[in-house]
Design a binder for this molecule. Structure first.
Ligand code: KIV
Ligand code: ZN
Length: 505
């Protein structure tokens, strides 16, 4: 145990994860996720891409100001303006890192950058040297490394280490590599880059062929000392390597991999729930480690084995990843203290004002529903975190619908204490409500996706509506929850309108 090599966990949920369509988070949500990542004890938080927008810059800076226990990093292209902006954003961090990248594969050199090999080496070296004038911790990524000629990749890696890179990250940008091949690539670099021992080798794998985790674990076996990943595997296209699968792979197969990591595994499940709730991206039922079915044993023969000895069919314990062993149910007699404790057990850190507002909502819900489950509480918390962008609030929604009626909705919204009511017709009651909201607010969104689910079992379950909308060329998600599904739909649409109106999408 004592001489086990430690692998660093670099989380990029707030950068590569957030960058993927429909996963955008507002500042309050990013800070909530960053707090959860710190509690999870990841080593590095990549908080964003500072040059991308003023919102990204603010988010990286706010995370850098708040986080005390992890390295905080910003991405930057190999360009002076990017690096200067990244440096400014991570400046308040206790442990700041700048992560510069430059594509190295032939296809990127010829068609994207239109640069010769020598120019790529020079750009990369200059970028690392400039970043080193701001911080001592600089990571360099040769983008599309897995499709780069090996000898050229080794040349770039060696040059950036010489220039001062302290971590060299080898991305499988398009998820093209096979595990044995990717492990072999890391071994090749270890053998052919003379100064490799002066930097940590990192890997960053995408999941286009479903191999991101397998490739990352193969790279660890071959000597990688850092793995880049996201919670629930969110990210560009098919996503990034999933943090929970990598960490539980390392922990469960320590005997084979002979490495350890510092992640507090009991925080995995609450963090997964948090990321799912703020992005609106549901975790698939049969997802490894954190899916609803991950620990469900249905077949009779399996249940029999489990009763005799859990280890017959269970390689990890649910409690090791923080799945609550029993579900605590709150009701209308539960007090503020009980709610606060449950919120904390679910992995959230709300301030006193937020707890007060959550408690008011909890009381209203407990009056409507006999039993309030964890999922109900998470829905309240989700709304509370999203509150930041609240410009309009929903006061009432009434609809008329039926097989022979023209669907009509009457909606009352308030803004700065002033109420406005309007009515509209539509293809159905939800469409009519959306039309009425658009008429009142003057904000018209294009609905790209709509989904409805019951968040708990039971006839009195709350309905959760998640929508994906497009506004001024950007897509984002929003959620609404209510025991009335038309109201839940209206709340989701209004949350999206509020984000658009506040410019925080
Ligand atoms: O996938 C990729 O290549 C990246 C780099 C910027 C590290 O995200
Ligand atoms: Zn990536």
């Amino acid at each position: 145990m004592t001489d086990m090599r430690k692998v660093l966990i670099f989380d990029t949920t707030l950068r590569d994860g957030e960058q993927s369509p429909g996963c955008s988070m507002n500042l309050a949500e990013k800070l909530e996720v960053a707090r959860a990542l710190q509690a999870l004890k990841v080593d590095v938080i990549e908080a964003g891409f500072a040059i991308a927008s003023p919102g990204d810059f603010e988010a990286v800076r706010a995370v850098a100001e708040m986080i005390t226990d992890c390295t905080v990093c910003s991405l930057a292209r190999s360009m002076e303006k990017d690096i200067v902006r990244a440096a400014e954003a991570v400046k308040p961090a206790r442990r700041p890192r700048i992560h510069v990248f430059c594509a190295t594969s032939e296809i990127h050199r010829l068609h994207k950058l239109k640069r010769a090999k020598e120019e790529i080496v020079k750009m990369s070296v200059d970028a690392v040297k400039l970043a080193r004038t701001f911080v001592g911790d600089v990571e360099f990524s040769p983008e599309d490394a897995s499709r780069t000629e090996r000898d050229f990749l080794a040349e770039v890696v060696s040059a950036v280490i010489e220039a001062g890179a302290t971590t060299v990250n080898i991305p499988d940008t398009v998820g093209y590599a096979m595990p044995a091949e990717f492990g072999d690539l890391i071994r090749y670099l270890v053998a052919n880059v003379p100064n490799i021992s002066r930097a940590i080798i990192s890997v960053h794998c995408h999941n286009d062929l479903g191999l991101a985790v397998a490739n990352s674990l193969a790279a660890i076996r071959a000597g990688a000392g850092q793995v880049e990943c996201t919670v629930n595997g969110i990210g560009e296209r098919a996503g990034n390597a999933s943090l929970e699968e990598i960490v539980m792979g390392i922990n469960t197969r320590r005997d084979f991999l002979n490495v350890s990591c510092g992640v507090s595994t009991q925080r995995i499940y609450p963090t997964s729930r948090l990321v799912s709730s703020v992005t609106g991206l549901a975790v698939q039922r049969n997802k490894a480690v954190v899916g609803e079915n991950a620990f469900a044993h249905e077949a009779g023969i399996h249940q029999h084995g489990m009763m005799a000895n859990r280890e017959t069919y269970e390689i990890m314990k649910p409690e090791d990843i923080g799945i609550p062993s029993s579900k605590l149910v709150l009701g209308k007699h539960s007090g503020r203290h009980a709610l606060k404790q449950r919120i904390e057990a679910l992995g959230h850190t709300l301030d006193d004002g937020q707890i007060d507002r959550a408690f008011d909502k909890f009381k209203v819900l407990a009056d409507k529903k006999k039993e309030v489950f964890d999922e109900d509480i998470e829905a309240i918390i989700g709304e509370e975190i999203e509150q930041v962008a609240q410009v309009w609030t929903l006061q009432a929604v009434q609809t008329v619908a039926g097989s022979t009626a023209t669907p009509t909705a009457t909606v009352t919204l308030s803004r700065e204490g002033q109420s406005t009511t309007d009515a509209a017709i539509g293809d159905g009651p939800v469409d009519a409500a959306y039309e009425a909201i658009s008429r009142i607010t003057g904000v018209k969104l294009t609905l790209r996706d709509y989904s409805l689910r019951a968040i708990t079992s039971g006839k009195d379950a709350q309905g959760e509506v998640t929508i994906e909308v497009e506004h001024e060329g950007r897509r984002f998600r929003a959620r609404g929850v209510s025991t009335d599904i038309v109201e839940a739909s209206a709340r989701a649409y209004l949350a999206a309108v509020n984000r658009a109106a506040a410019g925080t999408w």
